[in-house]
Structures are given as structure tokens and as C-alpha cells.
Design a protein around this ligand. Structure first.
Ligand SMILES: Cc1cc2nc3c(=O)[nH]c(=O)nc-3n(C[C@H](O)[C@H](O)[C@H](O)COP(=O)(O)O)c2cc1C
Length: 373
């Protein structure tokens, strides 16, 4: 009752006051504004306390089984929001950590407010990401589009930063590791992801799950190259070897062939992975330069993502595979949430809903979905 009233009030406030105000800015300015607020409030005792109380009031706990885990909510903030600043070198990134700079804006506030968060993607070495405008919104179909290009502080500095804050890390969270673009040799790729994972574990940063992102569309690499049976199996196995018993999830692309999805299920299962996240964004021409590709999420991605999930659920059953499928793509209301649930999906991830529904997106969607059951 109180939860319903609070969420109703929040929804009205967000849609009539906050969203129109944010949408007067470009998507990029609004994104940077939000990250600045998070940078300022991550270390504020009062702000974090208020965020946690808001989460308790608005988000109903719902134990969600995924692999060997019991997550406390079915909705997870997907990788790409709490991913940290970009740096030109590991030395610079570590210097910033040692100077006390908040290199991962939102690391404390976002999980306090929204519950489950997947940090990253982090690559072995820092990346500055792409220059210029890198994020857009398309309100007509509630989509986002981005070509961040895996901007991040690198695994070592991210791990050092989180390792210095162990007692404040959330009770459950994920870390997403992406293969460094431009590393072509497979043995180097394996070393790259293993070193990235070790950077966290060696600093006692033990996430609830690791995600291996083999599908980033916004870099100089073609992600479909990673998503073959043999290569996926070897990469996942290499990560499982290092992080076991922490579960490994694998994040894949939309719009692959049915054969490729069968191969990805088999490879993930054989290599000891626990779940597949479907999907990452879909590459489309960037609004400011049709020669460049930028990944689309939200409403425009939804038909492709749900198609992918449908195929994966069918093939998983056909193969008798045990891995779980985690839906990601266009979850913007309880309707998409319910459509994925009806396919048998239990856990889901979202990113674009943050833009269109605000920080309490997950609480709002899950509240409405549960009311409609
Ligand atoms: C600005 C932005 C940055 C992203 N960065 C990452 C990333 O670093 N790693 C990753 O695995 N996915 C990344 N994603 C993809 C999201 O995690 C998610 O898969 C995608 O947006 C689809 O979900 P949605 O339809 O709810 O937006 C990013 C998405 C956006 C919008």
C-alpha cells in the first residue's frame, strides 16, 4: 500500500518534472550531469542512507534463482552505467585512485538506490573510449544509442578502487569483463581476461558473479568474431578456471543465426558458464555519422532481444541444457517484463529504462508486474 503510493508519486514526479528537465539537455549532457551527482554523493553518508531507505520502501524483495545463486531481486542494472572514467594509461588511473578521486561514479549510490548492479565493462587496460558525442536518446520509441567504445579505468585501477572500499560494497553485485579490442591472438585474449579477473580477486574483490562480455558492438573489433563455438568455449573456460566458484555469465549479441545461438548455449554449458545474458545493444548507424556504428538499446532493441531469448529458451530445452537465460533488451515497463517472464526467464537486466523511468525504474517495473499477476 505505502509502496504503491510512494511509487505512484515518484512516477508522476519523474515523468512530469524531472524527465522533461533532463530531456532539455542532450543525452550526453544529462548522462554527464547524472555521473557528476553520483560522484558527489557516493561518499555522502546521508545521501547513501536516504538511497537505501528509498530502496527498502519501493523495491519488494523477490528471491530469484540464477544458476547457483539466489539474487534478491529479479532486475539488475546492466553493465555500462557504473563503469568508471576513461584513462590513457594504467599509471594515470592508479594515480587517480591514490589521490582519492572517485573513478567509478555511482559505485556506492547506484546499488544503494536500485539494488543489483553489474559494474563495468572493464578491460584489462584502461581505455579512453570514443571521442565526441557518444550517447543519444530516441524518445519516439524509448531507445538509447551509444558508442562509448568501452571507456573504462581498466581492471587493475577499478579493482584497486573497489578493493579500498570492501566494507561498503553491496551484498550482491556483478563485474563485467570485456575482451580488450585489438587483441587478436587467442592466447593473448585468454591472458587478458584472466589477468583482468585476477586483478579483482587478488584485491579481495569477490563479486557475486562475473560476466564475460563477448559482444560489445562499439569498438574497432567485430564482436561476432568472438561468438563462435570454439572461441566462446575457450574464453569462458579460461575465466571459469580463474574465478571458480564464482559463477560466470556470458553476454551475447542480438540477431545472430539460430545455429550460432545453439553453439553459444553448448559452448557456455560445456565450459562451465552458468548463464547467458541476451542481449547487448544492436549496432546501427550513428545519428551524427552514418559511417559509424552505435549500439541501440531500449524500445528499438526489444523485438530483436525477445526474438533472441525465444530462440535461446527453445534451443536450451531441445539440448537439455542447464544454463539460465537472463533477458536484457527493451525492458521499459511491466509489459516487456511479463513477456520475458512468460518465456520462462527469471532474471533480467535493463539500462535504457533508467533514462525513461529514472532511478527507480526496476522497483516500478517489478511492482507493476507483480500487481498484474
Ligand atoms: C551508454 C551505454 C553503455 C553501455 N556499455 C556497456 C558495457 O560497457 N558493457 C556491456 O556489456 N554492455 C553495455 N551496454 C549495453 C547494456 O548493458 C544493455 O545490454 C543494452 O543497453 C540493452 O538493454 P536496454 O534495452 O535496457 O538498454 C551499454 C549501454 C548503454 C546505453
Amino acid at each position: 500500500m505505502i509502496r504503491g503510493l510512494a511509487l505512484n508519486l515518484y512516477e508522476r514526479l519523474y515523468s512530469s518534472v524531472i524527465r522533461p528537465h533532463l530531456f532539455k539537455m542532450t543525452a550526453q549532457d544529462a548522462h554527464e550531469w547524472a555521473l557528476n551527482q553520483l560522484t558527489r554523493t557516493d561518499d555522502s553518508f546521508l545521501a547513501v542512507k536516504f538511497a537505501k531507505l528509498t530502496q527498502q520502501l519501493t523495491f519488494a524483495r523477490q528471491l530469484t534463482p540464477v544458476g547457483k545463486l539466489q539474487l534478491k531481486y529479479p532486475l539488475i542494472l546492466a553493465a555500462g552505467f557504473v563503469k568508471g572514467m576513461g584513462f590513457a594509461s594504467e599509471e594515470e588511473a592508479l594515480k587517480a585512485v591514490n589521490q582519492g578521486i572517485n573513478i567509478i561514479p555511482g559505485w556506492h549510490m547506484m546499488p544503494s538506490l536500485v539494488g543489483l548492479v553489474e559494474y563495468g565493462s572493464f578491460t584489462r587496460y584502461p581505455r579512453l573510449g570514443n571521442a565526441g558525442t557518444v550517447i543519444w536518446r530516441h524518445p519516439e520509441d524509448m531507445s538509447t544509442q551509444n558508442r562509448f567504445g568501452l571507456k573504462n579505468p581498466g581492471a587493475v585501477a577499478a579493482a584497486e578502487f573497489l578493493g579500498q572500499r570492501l566494507n561498503k560494497l553491496p551484498p550482491q553485485y556483478g563485474i563485467n569483463i570485456a575482451i580488450s579490442p585489438s587483441v587478436d591472438d587467442e592466447s593473448e585474449e585468454i591472458a587478458d581476461i584472466q589477468e583482468a579477473a585476477m586483478a579483482f580477486l587478488s584485491r579481495n574483490v569477490y563479486p557475486t558473479w562475473f560476466t564475460l562480455n563477448i559482444s560489445c558492438p562499439n569498438t574497432e573489433d567485430d564482436p561476432s568474431g568472438h561468438q563462435t563455438h570454439g572461441k566462446t568455449m575457450r574464453l569462458v573456460k579460461a575465466l571459469v578456471e580463474i574465478v571458480d566458484p564464482i559463477p560466470v555469465w556470458v553476454k551475447i549479441s542480438p540477431r545472430l543465426s539460430e545455429e550460432q545461438y545453439v553453439a553459444l548455449i553448448e559452448a557456455t554449458e560445456l565450459a562451465g558458464g552458468e548463464a547467458i545474458i541476451a542481449t547487448n545493444t544492436l549496432p546501427m548507424p550513428a545519428p551524427n555519422d552514418p559511417h559509424l556504428m552505435a549500439g541501440v538499446g531500449g524500445g528499438c532493441l526489444y523485438p530483436y532481444a525477445i526474438d533472441t531469448v525465444k530462440i535461446l529458451m527453445e534451443k536450451k530445452q531441445m539440448l537439455g541444457a542447464k544454463i539460465d537465460i537472463i533477458a536484457c533488451g527493451g525492458i521499459l515497463s511491466h509489459e516487456q517484463y511479463s513477456a520475458y517472464s512468460q518465456l520462462g526467464v527469471k532474471a533480467m537486466q535493463y539500462w535504457s529504462a533508467l533514462v525513461y523511468l529514472g532511478p527507480l525504474a526496476a522497483a516500478l517495473i517489478s511492482h507493476k508486474a507483480n500487481r498484474n499477476i
